[in-house]
Design a binder for this molecule. Sequence first.
Ligand code: ZN
Length: 149
Amino acid sequence: MNDENPYKSPESRANGVSREHVDQESFDEADDSRLIKLTSFLTIADAQVCQAVLRQEGIDSFLENEGSVGVNWLWSNAVGGVKLLVPEEHLETAAKLLGKVQTTEQAKEALGDITFECEDCGAEITFPGDRRGMTETCPKCHEYVDVPD
Ligand SMILES: [Zn+2]
């Protein structure tokens, strides 16, 4: 395939080069919905996993190379920093869906402190949000306690 010209206009999608980017171009022209950056990834592969999850739920998302656009997009596997953009009206749903995908300590932290009763001594004890689902030691009776999710 020797006609794979990166300077091609966005209208030409014959080669299937970076379909997401082309779609986003036409999306911007239509301007009937704003695209909001939901999150960013180090690699296109990571971003595409999340894109696939969103697509299953009927949400179209778009990828954009952080810091550079156009021709460089095709080389950005080596660059890192891929933005995941979703239409504004789907932002909240998409964020929840990706929350399920990326169950990170960070996400748990965002939930804030957790307070519960120790099973052994009945004391009310509090742990930081990132201890959810872990086993900790009760500060009162020093027995092991399971921190609720
Ligand atoms: Zn206790």
